[in-house]
Write a protein that binds this ligand. Structure first.
Ligand code: IMP
Length: 173
């Protein structure tokens, strides 16, 4: 399979640094306890870069969810495969995702976590495919809007591989 770069590593690093500043400014204004939650597995590289760009004290945690339905699009329901280790009541949650596509995953995760009464829930995603949205979800911090193409690298997989590419790639002939 041939692939090419869609977003280069310098542009990604630059945008993550800016997002870190936006996030720090927001929580420095709001105050309180911050828990940054990465949705595994796709977010792990972005999450590692993003937390290092955040200048506000915080804890981190991870969660794995899987969607019911077929493999190419997520359906309405999510199942928690691995839950958070930490309690979240009264804390500000920053949910970190690799990509928001239909929005179904985030929509369900947010509804589920709201029941545990955090102080607030915000969303940070590296990539956003607005044209594919089925559920409106608020994206507070967004890296890049991209067209409706299947992308991989920087934590995102192509058939479970190529997560290690240090840039965002797309297939080509
Ligand atoms: P959503 O529920 O449709 O928003 O899907 C979100 C999840 O689908 C992401 O966390 C990814 O795991 C996966 N996904 C969506 N688009 C892509 C893509 O272009 N490449 C790799 N994974 C994707």
């Amino acid at each position: 399979m041939n692939y090419k770069e869609l977003i280069g590593k310098d542009a990604i690093a630059q945008r993550i640094a800016e997002m870190g500043q936006e996030i720090s400014a927001h929580y420095n204004k709001v105050g309180g306890d911050l828990l940054v939650v990465g949705l595994l597995r796709g977010s792990f590289i972005f999450m590692a870069d993003l937390v290092r760009a955040i200048d506000y004290d915080h804890e981190i945690d991870f969660m794995t969810v899987s969607s019911y339905g077929n493999n190419t699009t997520s359906s309405g329901d999510v199942k928690i495969v691995m839950d958070l280790n930490k309690t979240i009541d009264g804390k500000h949650l920053l949910l970190v995702e690799d990509i928001v596509d239909t929005g179904n995953t985030f929509h369900n995760v947010i509804n589920l976590l709201k029941l545990r009464q955090p102080a607030s829930i915000s969303v940070a995603t590296m990539l956003n495919k607005p044209s594919r949205r089925e559920k409106e979800i608020p994206i507070d911090f967004c890296g890049f809007d991209i067209p409706d193409e299947f992308v991989f690298g920087m934590g995102l997989d192509f058939e479970q591989k190529l997560r290690n590419l240090p840039y965002i790639a797309v297939k080509c002939d």
